[in-house]
Design a protein around this ligand. Structure first.
Ligand code: F0G
Length: 352
């Protein structure tokens, strides 16, 4: 399907009116890619689908929420938007603010934002303030900043962000014709699982889908406050996008889990990296580590026989792998150069 503004595609289901200026980069309408799946999936007859959100304009799902949040901010007369971010929200806020001709101010945890995301945010012209603290500290500061100064908050505690992001569920249903049995995704600040669930619930309420999926959320072991039932003061994980110890939408995540009969569990960095490698090397999908957490979790469920046989599982692959070249450099070996001749190259290629 050719792309059009997300707000136009789902106008009747979003809080916009004729006066809302649509700030769009033709986000959404991302492909739902059938996966070959690991052997465990094939053994159970389970079909996996990847909702490849890395194909959004700034290469993550954040653009769905940002088109609406920035459009509504402009409608309200805002001259500037602000966000705390682990990197993707800031890249998206910066791009949509540039599109709208307003300022973006972003507060980032110094040293923990993947290089591609930092580059995007910088090049789009946002004002970047790095703090000596983590995402949770940054969000606390941005909340106060936007209360005190005339700046619109565009983190997912802004309800327009959730409204925009719920469209992932709409698109999955458009493509599958119904809800899948399971929908798995990584959980950080927990806005996205809240948004997915809202989208499915709305369709179910209106009789557009016969069933609701079980929502499976996965946090990184070193940043798993919802799994542990208590905030994590010093979250740590290779998946820097979800390096969050005190999720703002905690309650929304619990509701999605409990109302759907789903689960929120932790996956280790090793499991995340194994799934990340599998997606790249066996499915041709390069995602950032946080995105691979969804498959890491589902893979474990498959191994343990916890996924209903013959069911469909949608994985939201939240961000593109090019965002995080640092992880690629660390995790995948690059051989040193060889002599510039045929023999050396053929030998190095394992052809002789
Ligand atoms: N995957 C990626 C690639 C993300 O960037 C995020 C969140 C998540 C998953 C988790 O989504 O927070 O709604 O539970 N990134 C935010 C940011 C925190 O600042 O870019 P969530």
């Amino acid at each position: 399907m050719s792309r059009r503004p997300l707000i136009e595609r789902y106008r009747d289901r979003l809080p916009v009116n004729k006066a809302t200026p649509v700030v769009s980069l033709l986000e959404g309408s991302t492909p739902l890619i059938p996966l070959a799946g690991p052997p465990e999936a094939r053994a159970w007859g389970v079909r996996l689908f990847a909702k490849y959100e890395g194909l959004n304009p700034t290469a993550s799902f954040k653009d769905r929420g940002m088109t609406l949040a920035v459009s509504k901010a402009v409608e309200a007369g805002a001259q500037a938007v602000a966000a705390a971010s682990t990197g993707n929200t800031s890249a998206s806020a910066a791009a949509y603010a540039a599109r709208a001709g307003i300022r973006a101010i972003v507060v980032l945890p110094a040293g923990y934002v993947a290089l591609g995301k930092l580059a995007q945010t910088l090049v789009h012209g946002a004002r970047i303030i790095q703090i000596e603290g983590n995402f949770d500290d940054a969000l606390g500061i941005v909340r106060e900043l936007t209360e005190r100064y005339p700046v619109a908050l565009v983190n997912s505690i802004n309800p327009y962000r959730i409204e925009g992001q719920k469209t992932i569920a709409f698109e999955v249903v458009d493509d599958l014709g119904d809800a899948p049995e399971y929908h798995a995704l990584p959980v950080g600040n927990a806005g996205n699982i809240t948004a997915h669930w809202k989208g499915y619930r709305e369709l179910h309420h209106d009789g557009k889908i016969a069933r609701l999926p079980r929502m499976l959320g996965f946090q990184a072991e070193g940043a798993a406050p919802i799994v542990r039932g208590a905030p994590v003061e010093r979250p740590e994980t290779v998946a820097t996008a979800i390096r969050i110890g005190h999720p703002a939408s905690w309650k929304g995540a619990l509701a999605a889990r409990d109302e759907s009969g789903g689960a929120i569990e932790a996956v280790s960095d090793d499991e995340i990296l194994a799934a990340w490698r599998y997606l790249a090397q066996s499915e041709g999908l390069f995602v950032e580590p946080a995105s691979a957490a969804a498959l890491a979790g589902v893979w474990r469920w498959l191994r343990e026989g916890r996924i209903e046989p013959e069911s469909r599982v949608v994985l939201t692959l939240t961000g593109h792998g090019l965002k995080d070249p640092g992880t690629a450099e660390r995790e995948v070996r690059l051989d040193p150069p060889v002599a510039a001749n045929l023999e050396a190259v053929a030998a190095a290629a394992g052809l002789v």
